[in-house]
Design a binder for this molecule. Structure first.
Ligand code: SF4
Length: 64
């Protein structure tokens, strides 16, 4: 699994961080960081929840 973020869509509202802080972090400067680009399967449910909770649809999960 690979996390792909469209940073041009991201508005740094941190919904993804609320759903999966292991992978998504919004810093004090409102910049999103993907902490784990290739998360383990054990985090799939949380990453999917993060993607679903993004109001900008900026998060995509690729399977490679
Ligand atoms: S939920 Fe979407 S818009 Fe909000 S910080 Fe995460 S990627 Fe960006």
């Amino acid at each position: 699994m690979r996390v792909v973020v469209n940073f041009e869509l991201c508005e740094a509202n941190a919904r993804c961080m609320a759903a999966c802080p292991e992978v998504f972090e919004v810093d004090d400067g409102d910049q999103l960081h993907v902490l784990i680009a290739n998360p383990p399967e054990s985090l799939r449910a949380k990453v999917e929840k993060a993607a679903a909770s993004c109001p900008r649809a900026a998060i995509r999960i690729a399977e490679n």
